[in-house]
Ligand binder design. Structure first.
Ligand code: UT7
Length: 367
């Protein structure tokens, strides 16, 4: 059975920075309160012409560059987002088109902030089954468009950004070693974006009632998160008969510094073993784990051969963890330039749209 290795990684965050002081001009809050209660100092906000797909494409191309893999070699793309481009089509399909992944099947996976762990696990399972060789997983968010900038309980928390992993099959042991995935739909209303689906289709009333914004019972989510995080880590370690002593670092979902601190205490691990960057990006939901991973690699905190645990939680309710033996790119003789495929992809997309238009035109005339 092949092993599923993470061979590429990339992140992208929009340039505009929104500080706590900026938010204190919008709602009754202040920098001190936000830093004390969440650990967040600032977050990035997408520009008007940036979308989950554009952020996701940037992160994806970087991940392919690290993996030295052409987008045309991808068999599967899973995108996970709490702020997808549309209800449908899947954001994954837009990314597939824009990077030129001509032979990849693409779909979105919805598990709120736990989405990246679920998606990496699904991609790894597809590789381990032997049905595919190369997969791309993207977590991408423009949550700033779904945040009620008058609600101080939520608008202080979220930020925009994207992260991506490339996963590849290899006979060498390592890569994704174990994973646990959990859900509890009885807590569905704890963290939700109720409007715009078929339960509350968009109407004047849903807009008036603010149903198109993120709704959260912050205290309840906090309690849930502190309950499940440590347990999920131990469960994932238990599957491979490992303990926290075998782990080089933990990369948790970046929601709140205090939640991570509580998990560290539960696991009796020093906080230094946790990669934390919530201070600079806030909660980027599905993108927070890959963004933190890229920074951990850049800072030398995660190296080839290290064992790392990813752990996350979010709306659903969902939570999960995975143990990964970090390996890195598969050595190759030839240098691939995935970014060069973007022009080809744009051209191809244009030509396909034109052909579809022409075919439609003539088929209408022949009716
Ligand atoms: O990906 C998962 C996404 N969600 C999360 O992870 C969220 C988890 N929850 C949290 O991070 C925290 O619950 C929050 C940061 C959202 C809130 O912190 P808290 O310590 O649970 O505060 P609280 O809601 O209990 O509010 C304490 C006080 C209240 O005032 P009173 O009633 O004690 O007078 C709030 O009205 O703080 C007040 N408050 C604020 N004050 C200044 C609430 N939000 C703010 C604010 N600035 N932004």
């Amino acid at each position: 059975m092949p092993f599923a290795h993470v061979t590429g990684w990339g992140m992208y965050v929009p340039e505009p920075v929104l500080t706590n002081d900026d938010i204190s001009k919008l709602v009754d809050t202040n920098d001190q309160w936000i830093r004390d209660r969440t650990g967040i100092r600032e977050r990035r906000i997408a520009r008007e012409n940036e979308f989950p797909s554009t952020l996701g494409v940037e992160a994806a191309v970087k991940a392919l560059q690290v993996a030295n893999l052409a987008p045309t070699e991808l068999d599967l793309i899973i995108c996970t987002s709490s702020s997808p481009e549309y209800i449908f089509p899947a954001t994954a399909c837009i990314i597939q088109d824009q990077i030129g992944a001509t032979k990849a099947g693409a779909f979105d996976l919805q598990a709120a902030c736990t989405g990246f762990i679920f998606a990496v696990n699904m991609a790894a399972q597809a590789i381990r089954s032997g049905s595919i060789k190369n997969a791309l997983v993207v977590g991408t968010e423009v949550l700033s468009r779904f945040v009620n900038w008058k609600d101080r309980g939520t608008c202080i928390l979220f930020g925009d950004g994207a992260g991506a992993f490339v996963l590849q099959a290899s006979d060498i042991p390592g890569g994704i070693m174990s994973a646990v995935m959990h859900s509890d739909g009885s807590g569905a209303d704890t963290l939700t974006l109720p409007g715009g689906g078929s339960h509350f289709p968009a109407s004047e009333l849903t807009i008036h009632e603010g149903k198109h914004f993120v709704h959260m019972d912050g205290k309840e989510v906090f309690r849930f998160a502190t309950r499940v995080m440590g347990r999920a880590v131990l469960e994932a370690l238990e599957q491979v008969k490992m303990t926290t002593d075998d782990i080089h670092c933990i990369i948790p979902h970046q929601a709140n510094y205090r939640i991570i601190e509580t998990a560290a205490k539960y696991l009796k691990m020093p906080l230094e073993k946790f990669v934390i960057n919530v201070d600079r990006y806030g909660n980027t939901s599905t993108a927070s784990i890959p963004i933190a991973t890229v920074e951990a690699i850049q800072n030398g905190r995660l190296k080839s051969g290290d064992k790392v645990v990813f752990v996350g939680f979010g709306g659903g309710l969902t939570w999960g963890a995975m143990v990964v033996e970090w390996t890195g790119p598969i050595p190759a003789k030839k240098q691939i330039h995935p970014e060069q495929y973007r022009l080809f992809a744009r051209l191809r997309s244009f030509v396909r749209r034109a052909i579809r238009y022409i075919e439609g035109f003539f088929s209408r005339r022949s009716l």
